[in-house]
Design a protein around this ligand. Structure first.
Ligand code: GAL
Length: 971
């Protein structure tokens, strides 16, 4: 059914393309991928691969996928590097789901419709700060080692690739799609490495018809899989120079200067590839928070470090990540919390951060600067200022040169002014640039610049510009180039013309023509938008130069219509610019009333910003301008009318656990050896995610004094997952690791059934970065020894309802653990909570126990407004409680009040209904007698944008009444 739909979709799309004058043979035309030491060559065309990482599984609302793709595309990226997450698709062995939020076909189609190339990374191991690095829960308890040739492991990943490969197959560029490479494994660089395993993976791909090149991301410059058995075609090195602790965001790591040397040493016949370069950082429970990570990898970092990558000749460059998203449900590995904002250029809430413009500057530059796809490093004279580093790359074919400038001490904060030498031999030599007296090139703190020289574009010849090139193109019979630098900085641009040109400008731009060299030199100071027209009277060709500031460039967007450049200044975002039946349609977003100015020579009848027809009037520099209405004020409802119910009856002796599994295993495949038996590891009983209850029954003879427990739920950096213990309903304490709990004498029931109840939260399974089966560490109790008298205990265990048999496959296995309210569907929309107690927040239930809070709210947001909404929990951190936040049944937040740092949870539209009723359920686990409470809970908007009218597609997901029969059947 799906295959047919997708064919229909393609046919419709083809008709649309034909309408736009593109022939059928061009769309979905199979293309080939080759390469040389400089770059990839796609269908004979050199390409610079400017890529960002973005994953469907961290944005569980397909309605938003396009928004993020468009934001990435608008920054000039031409490639998406995407992980496919095995864990996300497979709740149990041989079961695979590619529907709804898991519809990879839809994600790939969207990427292709926007023209992205794709680098697919299906693992099987993907790391990605993800539960078990992307291994599914059921794999945890299989025998033997993972990431090896162990036959149990082999048979398992074969299933995954057999399920996924048909999607990859048809989306390959060689089959008319856009996948240009498939990455084999992930950082398979440490621990015991088996070439046969790599060979097996590659053989499987080839068997399944994957014929694009294989790529590999080495965790460090280790020369892995470049040659020999299991080698790939495109080798690359990952680098995170600032590391993963954002506590001191102003401290930078060393600038990596080894890429080019390693490229020459390891894989000189392939392009220089950086499969993951730092685009932010992970954060951890109790960590400094993502705003610090944004700061640590801010626009200055991007400017200095990314240009350094270009300086070293990288021509395939991926930023990990450009959009992080949300590790919703039980996706994270134990170190990470729900948000995977990562401090990326596009925030988890989809808001563009201050890091975005710098990515766009690079994207625009790389898109237009064709000679940059084939450059060699060439020695050049030092800068006049000894604190300034200058290096040069040159395209030997066209003679174009790229001078890279930065502080020698890359993290230096000082203001440095300098002159440089531009040496073009027969093309011209300029020993001190800028030439104009009393002017200089400025490096403002942590800054870097690319100065382009001897560059032919259109009919023009740019000798050099000390301003940076943003973009260029054609407008009517004129070439156009846009140059930028910081406000107040000097700029000097030299062009070689055929005879003395006429220079027309209203701005403060001076010109000097040198008759012997035919160099026209323009000097100016960057301020606002300035422009100059250069025309050689004898010839028709004209050049228009827009000289702007960095701040202006941030809001200046480019588009192309009929091979003509269109520049739009002002909006928060421009998604696309198209000519539709003679009308110029600009799709974009504004965050306030915005003066929008269009620069183009394309004739059009009328211009529209989204649906709004623009009444344009002329401005300087041949622009046409008008004001576009900003978004309306939006007010969000308060969260009131809370309903409350206690939710941990498992702690009481008389609770009926007759349907629970008996823990009766005496062997385990975990790498943690048990101290006592039976094995009390949740994974061995099919419970891989979230909270797990254990109940030990024994008939007391009176000598039992207590129990010694050692529980593991995962930890990181001193933040441990807790467990709580009750004896016959009486609370004994909450702790982590090992501890002896005394039975209160009065509670012991001699000659009768006594029950020890433990609630343990599995924070997730470790990543296997070290390749030592780290993901197979125990989640449960290593030890449960009676103290006093060794009574025989019958242990029962209950995790998520149904274990690997998921009652609600739409939300899926990662959505739920085994709290009572989860097993009974209290988290689901429309649960009948009418007999629950009414409370208002903050509310103390003053018990060490689990309790549930439910409410609902209505939203009615205008269709042309995009409001990313967050839920905020605020409380005194001295209360020790955890909370799970469910929105319309989807677990969108795991909160630990005493650790943080996350208090704010993004509620993605699509899960959230912006035009209807929304149900909130919050499960609180109070770990102290006084800890049981829930603080203030409120909604807030991250941003309000006016955008094109759109209907939010709400995830189809069942309500309580629909899931109930399965819950009743399964637990
Ligand atoms: C890399 C890994 C990625 C991601 C990244 C950032 O080592 O390949 O999957 O985890 O680190 O944390």
């Amino acid at each position: 059914m799906k295959g047919r739909l997708s064919i229909l979709r393609k046919i419709i799309f083809l008709f649309i393309l034909v309408g736009y004058g593109i022939t059928i043979s061009e769309a979905y035309k199979p293309r080939n991928v080759t390469w040389d030491s400089y770059s990839l060559i796609i269908d004979g065309k050199r390409e610079f691969i400017y890529s960002g990482s973005y994953y469907y599984w961290r944005l569980p609302a397909p309605t938003l996928w396009k928004d993020v793709f468009e934001k990435i595309r608008a920054a000039g990226f031409n490639t998406i590097t995407m992980y496919f997450n095995w864990d996300y698709h497979s709740p149990r062995s041989n079961v695979y789901d590619f529907d709804g939020i898991r519809d990879v076909d839809r994600f790939l189609n969207l990427a292709e419709d926007l023209g992205f190339y794709l680098i697919a990374r299906p693992g099987p191991y993907i790391n990605s700060d993800n539960n078990a690095g992307g291994f599914p829960g059921w794999l945890i308890s299989l025998p033997g080692t993972t990431r090896s040739t162990n036959p149990y492991y082999t048979a398992s990943w074969m299933q995954w690739l057999s399920a996924l490969d048909p999607y990859l197959y048809k989306h390959q560029i060689t089959k008319g799609g856009n996948i240009i490479a498939v990455q084999v494994e992930n950082e398979y660089s440490v621990g015991p490495l088996e070439p046969l395993y790599m060979e097996q993976l590659e053989a499987k791909y080839r068997l399944d018809g994957i014929d694009v090149p294989f790529s590999f991301n080495d965790a460090y410059p280790g020369d892995h899989w470049v040659q020999g058995p299991g080698h790939v075609q495109l080798y690359g090195i990952d680098a995170y120079p600032n590391g993963f602790n954002c506590t001191y965001p102003d401290i930078w790591g060393a600038l990596p200067t080894y890429f080019e040397g390693d490229h020459h040493a390891f894989n000189p016949n392939e392009p220089e590839y950086l499969p993951e370069f730092q685009g932010g950082s992970t954060d951890y429970w109790g960590g400094p928070g993502f705003s610090k990570c944004t700061q640590m990898t801010n626009a200055s970092f991007e400017n200095v470090f990314y240009k350094n990558n270009l300086e070293q000749g990288a021509s395939m460059f991926n930023i990990y990540v450009v959009y992080g998203g949300t590790s919703w449900g039980w996706l994270p590995y134990p170190g990470d919390y729900t948000s995977y904002d990562f401090g990326a250029a596009i925030a988890e809430s989809r808001v563009l951060t201050e890091k975005y413009p710098q990515l766009k500057f690079l994207g625009y530059f790389l898109e237009c600067m064709k000679p940059f796809r084939r450059t060699n490093h060439t020695e050049v004279p030092a800068a006049s200022n000894s604190k300034v580093h200058v290096a040069m790359r040159e395209d030997l074919e066209t003679g174009t040169q790229f001078y890279f400038l930065r502080h020698k001490n890359a993290s230096g904060f000082t203001l440095e002014s300098t002159h440089i030498s531009i040496i073009g031999d027969s093309k011209g030599n300029y020993s001190s640039v800028p030439q104009e007296k009393d002017t200089y090139i400025l490096l403002n703190g942590r800054d870097s610049k690319i100065i382009v020289a001897f560059y032919h574009f259109g009919n023009q010849y740019l000798i050099y510009s000390t301003s940076e090139v943003l973009t260029h193109g054609r407008m009517g019979d004129s070439d156009v180039i846009v140059l930028y630098a910081g406000e107040g900085q000097y700029g000097e641009t030299v062009l070689r013309t055929h005879g003395e040109p006429k220079v027309r400008t209203k701005d403060n731009i001076t010109s000097h023509f040198n008759h012997s060299s035919s160099d026209l030199r323009l000097n100016y100071v960057h301020h606002g938008i300035q422009c100059v027209d250069v025309q050689v009277s004898a010839r028709k060709e004209r050049l228009k130069i827009y000289i702007v500031t960095t701040e202006i460039a941030a809001s200046l967007w480019r588009g192309e219509v009929d091979d003509q450049l269109v520049l739009v200044y002002g909006p928060y975002l421009v998604r696309s610019i198209e000519l539709n039946y003679g009308d110029l349609i600009i799709r974009g977003d504004v965050d306030k009333d915005t003066q929008v100015t269009i620069f183009t020579e394309v004739p059009f009848n009328l211009a529209q910003f989204n649906e709004e027809i623009l009444k344009l009037s002329k401005t300087d520099c041949d622009g046409r301008t008008t004001s576009v209405r900003g978004p309306p004020k939006v007010s969000l409802p308060q969260l009131n009318n809370w309903k409350f119910q206690m939710g941990s009856p498992e702690r009481f002796a008389d609770f009926d656990d007759s349907r629970w599994l008996i823990a009766d295993k005496y062997t385990t495949n975990s790498i943690t050896p048990p101290i006592t038996y039976p094995v009390l590891y949740a994974d061995d009983y099919g419970f891989h995610f979230g909270d797990v209850w254990f109940r030990g029954h024994f008939i007391a003879n009176g000598s039992e004094k207590g129990i010694k427990l050692d529980g593991v739920g995962g930890h990181r950096k001193g933040a441990f997952s807790a467990y709580s213990v009750w004896f016959n309903g009486e609370f004994l304490g909450s702790t982590y690791g090992n501890k002896t709990f005394d039975f209160p004498k009065a509670s012991l029931r001699i000659g009768q059934d006594n029950v020890i109840s433990m609630l343990l939260e599995n924070l997730g399974h470790e990543k296997d970065y070290p390749n030592d089966n780290n993901e197979k560490r125990a989640r449960g109790f290593i030890e449960a020894s009676m103290v006093g008298y060794n009574a025989t205990i019958t242990w029962k265990i209950q995790g998520s309802c149904g274990g690997e048999h998921v009652p609600d496959p739409v939300r899926g296995i990662l959505n739920n653990g085994g709290l009572y309210g989860e097993r009974k569907g209290w988290y689901l929309p429309d649960y009948p909570d009418y007999d629950w107690e009414e409370v208002s927040l903050p509310y103390n239930f003053n018990q060490a126990a689990v309790a549930w809070f439910r409410t609902s709210f209505e939203l009615n947001l205008p269709l042309d407004v995009d409001v990313p909404i967050g839920l905020l929990i605020q409380d005194d951190p001295s209360y020790r409680y955890n909370a799970l936040i469910f929105i319309n049944g989807w677990m969108l937040g795991h909160y630990i009040n005493y650790l943080g740092p996350q208090h704010d949870f993004v509620l993605h539209n699509g899960i959230l209904n912006p035009n209807g009723k929304n149900d909130v359920a919050i499960a609180v686990w109070g770990q102290d007698a006084v800890g049981g409470r829930l603080g203030n809970v409120s909604l807030h908007a991250y941003q309000v944008l006016r955008t094109e009218p759109r209907i939010t597609e709400i995830n189809y997901s069942p309500n309580y009444w629909q899931v109930l029969p399965r819950l009743e059947q399964l637990c």
